[in-house]
Design a protein around this ligand. Structure first.
Ligand code: NAD
Ligand code: GLY
Length: 346
């Protein structure tokens, strides 16, 4: 016997992303700002001069990827229960991607889902992590293996926060911007080649274009059944580099930068990208002091590590290969020999 539940998809999940100084806003509901001590010390005063609520609480969790875990999630949940948050209450994620991912995850599970707003404070979270509704945390099996798709109610991107960002963190964000341009937007790539991102207006324009690119992709494939996987360009190789260097030597965006160079070399060998295009991408990454080389000691072991990613199916690895600049191919059908010959070159 079968019973069918004819779900009617009438819920409008669309939301606005503002890229400008945060405007003064009052929320007529219970709100908790989730942040960490570093971001709070630098910018909470400014945020509180802009945002008010019927009841406003601040929840701080320790800073760092190693705290993007169940303990921090429990800490946030407990605070919400203690303050008797209800289904009409709201969370604000105030920090980088770590805070954004965890706050979004808590919002997705607290009383089966409450609203949240993203106020990202790193470049990486402004151009990538805050947009698109991927939320999650890490556990002993790997990164981002527990999570949910839960879209924010809005995203408030205020470039002013970036004034305190260390240069390496800024570069890591640039890597994700380059990722969007290479895979989806040739004209944006040319813009970046001649842009000076230390100019506030130019940076705001670059953030806008990156966010628009990501928003277009997410609108077509919210739950990553296909196209959205292209946003993992550079990540397949980058994850192995992070793994081999025990997540200590490179920031995520830096590993992705090297990973993009490796993906480009693969594309050149497949005649999908010219050597000149690969060089242009490398030059752009180097303009922002991103690493573009990595000594692979053992190509076979590097290759095997692709399969340790718990999100890979047992027997295949998905590669995101650029097609020139502005195009992309998602494939799990690249011959091992070809990949090994690419890895041999590093
Ligand atoms: P992060 O959140 O750890 O921030 C990096 C460091 O910068 C931290 O120490 C943070 O406290 C500090 N910081 C934040 N804002 C600052 C500011 N304005 N000035 C000075 N310091 C500041 O790292 P991240 O690079 O922002 O994000 C990485 C995380 O994002 C990873 O966990 C990754 O999995 C996740 N991510 C998620 C998505 C998604 O779609 N959900 C996409 C990409 C990355
Ligand atoms: N950062 C990849 C994605 O949001 O899909």
């Amino acid at each position: 016997m079968q019973v069918n539940i004819p779900l009617i998809q009438t819920i409008d999940n669309s939301y606005d992303i503002s890229i400008d100084a945060i405007s003064t806003t009052h929320f007529d509901r219970k709100v908790a700002i989730v942040t960490n001590p570093k971001v709070a010390g630098l910018h909470l005063g400014y945020l509180l001069s802009k945002i008010s609520a019927k009841e406003l609480y601040i929840i701080t969790v320790p800073d760092g990827e190693e705290y993007k875990n169940q303990d921090s999630v429990n800490l946030i949940l407990e605070s919400l229960f203690n303050h008797r948050f209800n289904r009409n209450s709201m969370l604000i994620a105030f920090g980088g991607g770590v805070i954004g991912d965890m706050t979004g995850y808590v919002a997705s599970v607290y009383q089966r889902g409450i609203d949240f707003v993203q106020i990202p404070t790193t470049l990486l979270s402004q151009v990538d992590a805050s947009v698109g509704g991927k939320t999650g945390m890490n556990n002993s099996y790997g990164k981002n293996l527990v999570g949910a798709f839960h879209q924010p109610k809005s995203v408030l991107i205020d470039p002013l926060f970036l004034s305190t960002l260390p240069p390496r963190e800024f570069g890591a964000g640039v890597a994700e911007i380059v990722k969007m341009a290479v895979t989806f937007n040739k004209e944006f790539f040319s813009f970046l080649e001649s842009a000076d991102l230390s100019d506030a207006k130019v940076l705001q324009e670059a953030i806008k274009r990156a966010v628009q690119t990501k928003a277009d992709v997410v609108a077509q494939d919210e739950k990553e059944h296909g196209l959205r996987a292209a946003l993992n360009y550079g990540h397949t190789f980058g994850h192995v580099i992070e793994n081999e260097t025990k997540y200590k030597k490179y920031l995520h965006g830096e590993a992705v930068a090297i990973g993009m160079v490796m993906a480009n070399e693969t594309a050149v060998k497949m005649n999908l990208m010219s050597k000149d295009e690969a060089l242009r991408v490398k030059n752009l990454l180097e303009k922002y002091n991103l690493p573009t080389s990595y000594k692979i000691e053992n190509p076979s072991s590097f290759y095997e590590t692709f399969f340790l990613d718990k999100k890979s199916s047992d027997s295949s690895v998905t590669f995101i290969i650029p097609v020139g600049i502005g195009g992309v191919k998602i494939t799990d059908e690249i011959d091992e020999k070809l990949i090994l010959s690419v890895l041999d070159g590093f």
